[in-house]
Design a protein around this ligand. Structure first.
Ligand SMILES: CC/C=C\C/C=C\C/C=C\CCC/C=C/C(=O)SCCNC(=O)CCNC(=O)[C@H](O)C(C)(C)COP(=O)(O)OP(=O)(O)OC[C@H]1O[C@@H](n2cnc3c(N)ncnc32)[C@H](O)[C@@H]1OP(=O)(O)O
Length: 282
């Protein structure tokens, strides 16, 4: 179903770039000076996480890991949206096999990003609801541009974010703030996110956000990388262990939830809402 991955390496003069897949839903650029890889999601208009984008993100993370980069920065090619979360079309009247693959790949992406040993940072250059927030909170550091929103708004959609999906959020926020945000489906503004500690810095542009992420990664230059990696993984091991224990059941739960007639009705209504928003804009 998927084309084989094509990796073309440009010689190491200046920043080197390799397109991570034939489908080009992500690109990876490694800065030769710093050794930091920037993974950019490029699925217009909002980086909706369909199966192909998730597969591409996973492969790009693995490539960066195998390339022994000094760190990973994740960002988006879209001017206003970091990532809008799961592609809602994948969940509306779904093909069952594909739906199963979508959720499995979301799990795989989270696991690869959350569990990678190198330093990670998210340059959040736009809105980051739901699955977008998942990617950002799997990283160790977050820099966001002004006037955007980030959070886990699942309950507003009538759905429940499983424990593994919330664990990045819980690494960052006090439990009480996290519980309230999840139950209220709160989408934090950039300023609120900084105030609560959900993001670490604000940047005025995507470029500045990437620079600040690189500066964060640079803070580890004098730290023993093996000791750093083991310490990071020590903090994350319990969440990962729990995730692996529950991941198969989690897929079944997801399928059963999405297939419920009332959830399908809700997804349909949500899609209509997005269409109306478009009509009102025109
Ligand atoms: C709905 C899910 C229901 C059930 C799932 C059931 C069980 C799941 C159990 C747990 C799941 C938890 C894990 C993760 C879940 C998710 O990620 S669900 C997705 C949640 N995402 C959102 O709620 C975001 C919705 N989008 C927005 O709020 C806005 O679009 C935006 C703030 C991201 C950007 O705003 P604007 O810049 O104003 O752009 P538009 O709104 O005009 O959108 C442009 C274009 O993109 C389409 N679009 C937007 N979001 C999605 C999406 N998530 N999937 C697919 N398509 C999306 C939108 O319709 C517009 O398309 P066009 O009209 O131009 O064709």
């Amino acid at each position: 179903m998927f084309s084989p991955r094509v990796v073309s390496l440009v010689p190491r003069t200046g920043p080197r770039r390799f397109m991570s897949t034939a489908s080009k839903l992500t690109t990876v650029e490694v800065n030769d000076k710093t050794g930091i890889a920037t993974l950019t999601m490029c699925r217009p208009p909002v980086n909706g996480q369909n199966l192909e984008l998730l597969l591409d993100i996973k492969s790009s993370i693995k490539e960066i890991e195998n390339d022994s980069s000094r760190g990973l920065i994740i960002t988006s090619a879209s001017p206003k949206v970091f990532c809008a979360g799961l592609d809602i079309l994948e969940m509306h009247k779904p093909d069952q096999q594909r739906l199963r693959a979508v959720w499995t790949e979301l799990q795989n992406v989270w696991c690869a990003l959350y569990g990678i040993s190198m330093p990670t940072a998210a340059a959040i250059n736009g809105h980051a609801p739901a699955g977008g927030c998942l990617l950002a909170t799997a990283c160790e550091y977050r820099v966001m541009v002004p006037d955007c929103r980030i959070g886990l708004n699942e309950t507003q959609l009538g759905i429940i974010a499983p424990k593994w999906l919330v664990s990045g959020f819980l690494n960052i926020l006090p439990k009480r703030v996290a519980e309230r945000a999840l139950t209220q489906s709160r989408l934090f503004t950039t300023d609120e996110a900084l105030q609560e500690g959900l993001i670490d810095e604000i940047a005025n542009s995507k470029e500045e956000a990437v620079e600040k992420c690189a500066a964060f990664i640079g803070t580890f230059s004098k730290v023993n990388p093996v000791a750093r990696a083991l310490t990071k993984l020590q903090f994350r091991a319990e969440n990962l262990r729990q995730f692996h224990k529950e991941r198969e059941q989690d897929v079944e739960n997801f399928l059963s939830l999405v297939n419920r007639p009332e959830v399908q009705k809700g997804i349909g209504a949500y899609l209509e809402g997005l269409k109306k928003k478009k009509a009102n804009k025109q």
